[in-house]
Ligand binder design. Structure first.
Ligand code: NCD
Ligand code: ZN
Length: 352
């Protein structure tokens, strides 16, 4: 590959962390994702959350119905369950048998629709034992929730207070530290001893690779750049970008594209979540190109995720071209509209 290519080919990527919501909204966001990705891990933080296999099956049926209506036959949703204080070992076994790919740990109150989340991880030990035994990964929203802890420190404190003890108690449990935002998390995942086993990974979003916390306050409050975990200082962004582009298979793509209507973002108490699905691959290409590492994009986007989840890699090729695309100011979202990440600005790379 030359130093400044104008197009790149890669095996089709997957999105290992995605919110598509439900109902009318879902149809408007699914097409954006399916245009770029072959598969996506579907987050379970609906209202009410997807806590059982039966609920996940019903949700998957609604997703498949929407995909049919959209005429999309080449996209596979990978279903997850929302871990609660009451998740039983039985439900874990049932989930494994039903093809559920993971459970998601939301500390109660940590983020959007997490009120039914886990109040104390100790309540989940029977379920976690079962997950470890059957080989069911745990996806972790890694922030403590106590109000005394500064919001910018919540991820780093989570590593010491929750993640490290959890990994000691369940050394064989596969875990993904989702949408990491700090140098501490990047180094923790990079350096963690796993006994040569494939037990720890992390996903990285485009916004955390491209922006630091100044982006939330540039010239005024910027609600569309507000997500959780919140953007951090520049030194953290640099560490995340280094991890993503390092070729280390523990780091892979998860957009955390999290649609909220314009009205729900531009208000006195705006929701957390950035909508990056419109041209997520272009955003990642821009991030990788910024450090001259476009050659590392394919591993990050297309190989390391399926390898971690023991799923086959995709075989179809896609092409990204260096052709500036202006992101629309707004996109339809059910009976409302959504403001995508980088609305009204251009992104250098897009899908051909
Ligand atoms: C997500 C959402 O809106 O569902 N929001 C976000 O800011 N990332 C939830 C989450 O992944 O934390
Ligand atoms: Zn998320």
């Amino acid at each position: 590959m030359s130093n400044s290519p104008t197009q790149i080919q890669l095996i089709q990527p997957d999105d290992w962390h995605l919110h598509i919501r439900d109902g009318e909204v879902m149809k408007d966001v699914l097409a954006d994702t399916a245009r770029q990705f072959a598969r996506a891990i579907i987050m379970p933080n609906l209202k009410p959350p997807v806590t059982t296999v039966d609920l996940a099956n019903e949700y998957m049926t609604r997703i498949r119905t929407q995909l049919n209506l959209l005429g999309i036959d080449h996209f596979t949703p990978l279903m997850t369950l929302y871990l609660t204080d009451n998740t039983s070992a039985d439900e874990v076994c049932k989930a494994k048998a039903a093809g559920i790919v993971a459970f998601k740990l939301y500390p109660a109150g940590a983020t959007t629709n997490s009120d039914f989340g886990v109040s104390d991880i100790k309540h989940c030990y029977l379920a976690l034992e079962a997950m470890q035994a059957v080989g069911m990964p745990l996806l972790v929203h890694g922030e403590v929730t106590s109000v005394e802890v500064d919001i910018f420190d919540r991820e780093a404190v989570f590593i010491d207070q929750v993640l490290e003890p959890l990994r000691k108690d369940f050394p064989e449990l596969k875990m993904v530290f989702e949408h990491i935002t700090t140098l501490q998390a990047a180094h923790y995942v990079r350096d963690a001893a796993t006994g040569g086993k494939n037990t720890l990974a992390a996903t990285l979003t485009p916004q955390h690779l491209l922006m630091n916390r100044n982006a939330i306050f540039a010239g005024g409050i910027r609600p569309h750049n507000y997500c959780l975990p919140v953007l951090k200082r520049e030194k953290h962004r640099v560490a995340l970008l280094e991890a993503a582009t390092s070729g280390n298979p523990r780091f892979f793509l998860g957009t955390d594209s999290a649609p909220h209507s314009k009205g729900a973002k531009e208000t006195a108490c705006g929701c957390a979540g950035c909508y990056s699905a419109f041209n997520a691959l272009g955003l990642y290409a821009e991030a990788f190109e910024s450090v001259g590492k476009l050659d590392q994009l394919e591993g990050f986007a297309s190989f390391f995720g399926p390898d971690f989840y023991s799923l086959p890699r995709n075989t179809k090729q896609i092409t990204l071209v260096k052709q500036a695309q202006t992101i629309p100011a707004e996109l339809p979202l059910g009976d409302s509209v959504i403001v995508p990440l980088r609305a009204g600005e251009t992104i250098a790379w897009s899908l051909s």
